[in-house]
Write a protein that binds this ligand. Structure first.
Ligand code: DLL
Length: 444
């Protein structure tokens, strides 16, 4: 059976791999419970750390009788993977493992995730569903600029694209000149990279006289691996003429392909037949109902290499209660704008970088390249936001530049209730990155 995706203008039927996106909700819940029960059994039998934690709580696999019973299970966190480095959380024998991916984190040993042959097939399927949801079709030419290697971005998007029948250009990150040349020469229609790198490509294109709207065949961007805002999405679409989609995932759960937004951008649809989502209160660790904001937690329902029970992502979001117009029945969560560990405390106020981005990009004439610098002045925190504007803007008279700065400061203050010092800088002077971009310098 083929599913017509109302949203896509090209009228091609959605690939049959997307069928679970449209499964009746009660069938989905039954499937999730069935899979959860099997997964808990497998982890209990094969992962000593989890078995020990379940035994301490007096929980046994047969106690999982409904999806609510998931709350009986212990959480897992990144430190478990570090403590059990490299293979302690594997639930399949090494003979069945065919691939490793790693995520480095900021300090110490990387975390190692193992996949069986079947895990790789299922990962490809969710990546295909994500790309199909963005309107990617077999006729597309996709440039994968995410890094290939231990990072999951490159290979995840690569297998997803090939699975749909696209022509994939596995160029990986770096070498902007070559990226732009091949994008144009090969008539690339889909770009998969971080949103910040795409912005960089747009700018570098401009410098070489390339307008993405008229001089390329690009139609979709599959952007993720770092937080970005709705305002950023609009800026990207306006300056490149493409449709920008948000793809979410993390190494511990598989990589990209955990969730993705459809053309209505109502949030990211979770491939919940494979990844069971929960939102918890990060302070009390109690599960929160759909609609409430908290920390995203995932349980893998089908992975057997390194399955995760109740993995705390540190990403903050909420599960939406309203069904999406696209007809998919799988739930959505709100775009991940922040990680709990990215939270800044400025003058005693909790601030997320994405809130500053939202305020900033509401102001016209501001380019989407900025840096947040926090320092100390006496006893007080000082918040400075450096932002690029065009050279024409910078050549305006002092009065209009002061007005622009005041407008930006007010727009930011409106959201975070803190005054920021605004510094306008020349275009192309703030850092760019091929991978995840850090836009915060905390000098305190
Ligand atoms: O970033 C996997 C990925 C690759 C996702 C390519 C999308 C595209 P990690 O390096 O393990 O895996 O980082 C995972 O990145 O917990 C979030 O904090 C953040 N993240 C990933 N996607 C998004 C997104 C990959 N769309 C961590 N929006 C996650 C916001 C994101 N944050």
């Amino acid at each position: 059976m083929f599913y017509q995706d109302a949203a896509h203008d090209d009228n091609t039927p959605v690939h049959p791999v997307s069928a679970p996106d449209y499964m009746p909700v009660d069938q989905m819940r039954a499937l999730q419970l069935h899979r959860l029960q099997g997964m808990v059994r497998q982890v209990y039998e094969n992962v000593s750390l989890t078995r020990k934690r379940m035994d301490e709580r007096g929980v046994r696999p047969e106690h999982i009788k409904s999806l609510r019973d998931i709350a009986l299970l212990p959480f897992s966190v990144k430190d478990d993977l570090r403590d059990e480095y490299p293979f302690g959380l594997f639930a399949s024998p090494m003979n069945d493992i065919v691939r490793f991916h790693c995520s480095s984190g900021t300090t110490g040993k990387p975390i190692v995730i193992g996949s069986t042959k079947n895990d790789i097939i299922l990962w490809q399927q969710v990546c295909m569903r994500a790309l199909a949801m963005c309107g990617v079709r077999s006729s597309d030419i996709m440039q994968v600029t995410y890094g290939y290697g231990l990072f999951t971005g490159g290979l995840g998007m690569h297998y997803g694209g090939e699975g749909l029948g696209c022509a994939v250009l596995p160029i990986s990150g770096g070498n902007t000149d070559r990226q732009l040349m091949m994008m144009r020469d090969m008539g690339v229609t889909v770009m998969a990279c971080t949103p910040s790198y795409f912005l960089h490509l747009i700018d570098e294109g401009h410098k070489r006289g390339i307008d993405f709207r008229t001089d390329t065949k690009l139609r979709h961007g599959i952007f993720g691996a770092e937080p970005w805002t709705e305002e950023m999405r609009v800026k990207i679409e306006q300056s490149s003429g493409i449709t920008a989609h948000d793809i979410y995932g993390l190494t511990e759960i598989c990589g990209p392909g955990v969730a993705n937004d459809c053309q209505y951008h109502n949030g990211l649809h979770i491939f919940e037949d494979h990844f069971y989502p929960e939102i918890i209160d990060p302070a009390t660790l109690e599960p929160l109902p759909d609609g409430e904001s908290g920390e995203l937690v995932f349980t893998t329902l089908t992975r057997t290499g390194t399955p995760m029970l109740r993995y705390r992502t540190r990403d903050i979001s909420r599960i939406n209660t309203k069904p999406c117009e696209c007809g998919r029945t799988i739930r959505t969560f709100e775009r991940v704008k922040a990680r709990s560990d990215d939270m800044l405390i400025i003058r005693g106020v909790n601030v997320f970088p994405s809130q500053i981005e939202t305020g900033l990009l509401k102001v016209e004439r501001v380019l989407p390249h900025y840096m947040i610098v926090i320092s100390r002045e006496g006893d007080l925190d000082r918040l400075e936001v450096q932002v690029e504007v065009t050279s024409e803007t910078l050549s305006d008279d002092i009065k209009s530049l002061e007005k622009l700065k005041a407008d930006i400061a007010q727009s930011i203050r409106h959201i975070i209730n803190i005054s920021a010092v605004i510094t306008l800088v020349e275009p192309n002077t703030l850092p760019r990155s091929e991978g995840k971009l850090c836009r915060v310098k905390d000098l305190r």
